[in-house]
Structure formats: structure tokens, C-alpha cells
Design a protein around this ligand. Structure first.
Ligand code: FAD
Length: 343
């Protein structure tokens, strides 16, 4: 299996944990806390200090009432900003709110944690720039209150980063932390916040969203993933072979960038450096060569199965099991055998 080198980038002390506490940004979708936010909360828990959760938008009160109490064993306090301007997480709207909370010295926050979602990735640098703090993106481990690990060089090495800032801003790679476990609900202290007017006129506007309807589990959080690559040859062949195999395992469907560029699937299904970074229990790569940018998105999967006709394909370097041969023969046979075994 893949192994990463460890590089220590810098070693600076000076962090003062006297009044340490964490502000954690919690996102929701369809009235549920997102799995990435639960992973970020789990990372925040590893800091061993009180956590304040912040939720924004019109659904925040409902989530605080119905969902968040299950995780309250690890959460001290909740801030909600229910103004409808925050409904779609427009970073131009939300970042001034976060900036005002974090720059208020009476709050004593020493850490701000966001999930590495589209929203988190967009919010973190904006808030960091305004507060003149160096953000630490995509952390994969918490080593101490100011020390974190993150991948560098497309996942080929691990850097240990020690922050010297008195406020640490970090985004959390969801696939590196289990979601926070639910427990017995406890009542939470909730404080409601008003809308914070941005300094400049907000030019961005939320227009709408296209939600892809799929019977398959969500790629970002699925236990099993079947991904197809250029080797499938066409969208028709992708649909004909990958979908039934994914269905037989109740797996999510993923794809390489070449498959996305070839129009086989929507780009929301791309796995890799510039797509989703996932670590399912089982990842089946079909007709995927194993380019480094693809490996960056799936090499932490617990078990990797590769199906490729080239026995020297790079994907076999990270695969636990390899089926060398023509995918047009192997995939239908494998699908049939799985369905037969299920009875
Ligand atoms: P190929 O490399 O063409 O491999 C196809 C494979 O299918 C081959 O190994 C071949 O042996 C096999 N095959 C063909 N026919 C059959 C058959 N009948 N039976 C069995 N096997 C068969 N890529 C990503 O995936 N994700 C990313 O996020 C990503 N980000 C990128 C970012 C940058 C900045 C750059 C430069 C590139 C990025 N790429 C990314 C692209 C990446 O470099 C590769 O080009 C891409 O992953 C290749 O996709 P593939 O493996 O499907 O295609």
C-alpha cells in the first residue's frame, strides 16, 4: 500500500492555551448536519477544549433543536445566525459574520475549524485574510493545539505544521476523521446572532442549484465506491457496466477526470486531487490507470480493487486486489457473482 514521507516544515512555539476554546462551523443539507461537518467536529474534539458550534441560515434553529443535541456531549455552546441572507452559505455574506465573532476578544476563541467542503474552502481564506492569520487547510491529523498534519505534493508526503498564530484557523479533510459519534441528547445553550453587514456591497448572488438525483449513496460519505475511467470507452458503456456493479454492492459511483472530461458522468463524481477526496471501506477502480492526481483522492480507501487490462498500470501499486483483464468481460461476471451470492 501507499506510504507517505513525513516532513517537518517548521517548529515554532509560543501558542498560549490559557483561554483555549474552539469555534466550529457546522453546515447542513436537507435539515441534516453534513457528514463533513461531523468529521470536522471530531477533529475539533481532539483539541480537548470547549467547542462552540456556529450554524447559519434559516434552518439553523431547527437543526439546533432536532439534530445537534445528539452531539452535545462534545459541544458547550451554540451560536445561530438565522438571517435568510445566510441560507446558501454565500461566502461574501457569511465571512463578515465569522470575522466579527473571531475578532471580538471577549469571545476568547483560539481555534476556528471548518469542514473542507466547498463552503469551508471558500470561507477559510477570506476570514484568514481579514484577520491576518495563516490558515491551515485540509488537516488530516491533530497532533496538539497548534500542531497539525496535512498532505503535500498531491498526497505524496505529509507535512507537520506548527502554527505560531494566537488564533488557529483550519479546515478538516473529512476522509481523515470519523464523523463525531451521536450520544445521549443534552440541552445546549443557544445564542442568536444578528446579520453582520459586509463592508463592501455583495456582488455575488445565489441563483439556484441543480441537485443530481441518484439512487446511489452519496460519493463523499459512501462505504463502497465503484469508479470508472477512460477504459470504459463511452458513456453508454460506463452506464451499462458501472451502474449495475455499484447497484449490486449498494455503492456510490465515482469517476476519473478522463471519464468526466469524456462526458461519461457529471463532474460532481470526479475523484482525485481536483475532485472528491474519499476513503471508503471498498474502492473498485475500473479502467483507471492510477495517475497521481487520481490516487490523491482515493489511496486512503481501506480496500482497493483494480480492474485493468495493463498489468503494469500504476493503480496496481496501491491496489490490495487486482483483476488483470478486459473490463468488458470482468465487470459483468463480477456483478453477476455478487448478485448470485446475495441470492
Ligand atoms: P487513462 O490514464 O487513459 O487510463 C485508462 C486505463 O484504462 C488504462 O490504464 C488502460 O489500461 C485501461 N483500459 C483501457 N481499456 C481497458 C479494458 N478494455 N479493460 C481494462 N482496462 C482497460 N484525474 C483524476 O482522476 N482526478 C483528478 O482530480 C485529477 N486532477 C488533475 C489535476 C491536474 C492539475 C492534472 C494535470 C491532472 C488531473 N487529473 C485528475 C488527470 C490525471 O492526470 C489523469 O489524466 C486521469 O486520472 C486519467 O484518467 P483514467 O485513468 O481514467 O485514464
Amino acid at each position: 500500500m501507499f506510504s507517505a514521507r513525513r516532513i517537518s516544515l517548521k517548529s515554532i512555539s509560543g501558542f498560549n492555551p490559557k483561554f483555549a476554546s474552539t469555534l466550529a462551523f457546522v453546515e447542513s443539507s436537507n435539515n441534516k448536519i453534513t457528514p463533513a461537518s461531523l468529521s470536522a467536529l471530531n477533529a475539533a474534539k481532539k483539541l480537548n477544549q470547549p467547542i462552540t458550534a456556529i450554524l447559519v441560515g434559516k434552518t439553523s434553529a431547527k437543526i439546533v433543536k432536532d439534530e445537534l443535541p445528539k452531539y452535545s456531549a462534545n459541544i458547550e455552546k451554540v451560536l445561530i445566525a438565522p438571517d435568510s441572507k445566510y441560507n446558501h452559505y454565500l461566502p461574501e455574506e457569511v465571512s463578515p459574520l465569522l470575522q466579527s465573532i473571531l475578532s471580538d476578544s471577549s469571545n476568547d476563541f483560539t481555534h476556528f475549524i471548518v469542514p473542507s467542503s466547498f463552503t469551508g474552502k471558500s470561507l477559510l481564506p477570506r476570514v484568514a485574510a481579514k484577520l491576518n492569520v495563516q490558515p491551515i487547510s485540509d488537516i488530516i491529523a491533530v497532533e496538539g493545539p497548534s500542531t497539525f498534519q496535512r498532505f503535500i505534493y498531491a498526497g505524496n508526503a505529509i507535512a507537520t505544521i506548527k502554527s505560531s498564530d494566537s488564533l488557529v484557523l483550519a479546515s478538516v479533510r473529512a476522509s481523515s476523521f470519523e464523523p463525531l459519534e451521536a450520544g445521549a441528547p443534552k440541552e445546549l445553550a443557544v445564542q442568536e446572532l444578528a446579520y453582520v453587514e459586509p463592508e463592501a456591497k455583495v456582488e455575488a448572488e445565489w441563483v439556484g442549484e441543480n441537485i443530481m438525483k441518484s439512487e446511489r449513496p452519496d460519493l463523499g460519505s459512501a462505504k463502497y465506491v465503484v469508479s470508472g475511467g477512460r477504459g470504459l470507452g463511452s458513456k453508454e458503456n460506463f452506464d451499462k457496466l458501472i451502474d449495475p456493479l455499484a447497484k449490486s454492492l449498494n455503492a456510490a459511483v465515482g469517476a476519473s477526470r478522463a471519464a468526466v472530461d469524456g462526458g461519461f458522468v457529471d463532474n460532481s463524481l470526479q475523484v482525485g486531487q481536483t475532485g472528491k477526496i474519499i476513503a471508503p471501506d471498498l474502492y473498485i477502480a475500473v479502467g483507471i490507470s492510477g495517475a497521481i492526481q487520481h490516487l490523491a483522492g482515493m489511496k486512503d480507501s481501506k480496500t482497493i480493487v483494480a480492474i485493468n487490462k495493463a498489468d503494469d498500470a500504476l493503480i496496481y501499486n496501491v491496489a490490495d486486489y487486482g483483476l488483470v483483464g478486459d473490463l468488458n468481460e470482468i465487470v459483468p461476471e463480477l456483478t453477476q457473482k455478487i448478485n448470485d451470492a446475495k441470492g
